[in-house]
Design a protein. Structure first.
Length: 220
């Protein structure tokens, strides 16, 4: 499943909806479109749903192969996306591991419907994996960067997120989040609501000190 939407923690294949997507609102969905780019990730988070989420074959986020930008764009062309309120680059993996594809798709969206904001959900380790900076390329293509923080220290982050980069991942995440402010409209750091209250507040201070938006998201 490459294009999908979400309702109450369940993923729905957009190919099952009308081409104008008018039935999203009719059936209680938000007018958000999600794009799935990869299964790969630099983390092995202890709370991740990837190993346990039960999905049928038609609605699974596990990709049998990574879609090329042309394949994603061809799918987007099947829909009238003008009334979509937001397009989110995410999936069951880390989308920045396919940053060239993400930005090619974002460029198509901005050419077709420049009013639609494009968000990327990331762990903030993309430039570390890519080996060079790509954030300047976000300007004019990506509107919102949402980064999973989930811990107030690098030791705790590594304990629960198990990055392949070790404790360096946390420092990179924070650097990436601050640098991203130069190129996008909004940077959000988020935590899941099942961590301790003291940790939630410590993460809030990290965001406030850096002038970033803070979001506590429900644990599914």
């Amino acid at each position: 499943m490459i294009l999908y939407t979400v309702k109450n923690g369940t993923y729905y294949n957009l190919l099952d909806f009308k081409k104008d997507l008018s039935d999203l609102k009719e059936n209680g969905f938000t007018n958000q479109m999600y794009i799935n780019f990869t299964n790969r990730c630099t983390n092995r988070c202890t709370f991740c749903l990837r190993p346990t989420k039960k999905m049928d074959e038609h609605n699974t986020l596990w990709l049998s192969k990574e879609p090329e930008s042309s394949e994603i764009i061809d799918l987007l062309k099947k829909f009238d996306i003008q009334n979509v309120t937001e397009i989110v680059c995410c999936g069951f993996g880390e989308p920045t591991l396919r940053i060239d594809t993400v930005l090619e798709v974002a460029a198509y969206i901005k050419e077709t419907a420049p009013h639609i904001p494009v968000r990327i959900n990331t762990n903030g380790q993309g430039e570390l994996a890519y080996g060079k900076e790509f954030l300047p390329r976000f300007q004019g293509l990506i509107n919102v960067v949402s980064i999973s923080l989930n811990a107030s220290t690098k030791e705790e982050y590594q304990r629960i997120c198990l990055s392949q980069y070790g404790e360096d991942a946390y420092d990179e995440l924070l650097r990436f989040s601050v640098e991203a402010k130069k190129y996008v409209d909004k940077v959000v750091l988020s935590v899941v609501d099942n961590i301790e209250e003291a940790e939630i507040e410590a993460c809030r201070k990290i965001c406030e000190d850096r002038g970033l938006t803070y979001r506590i998201r429900p644990f599914e």
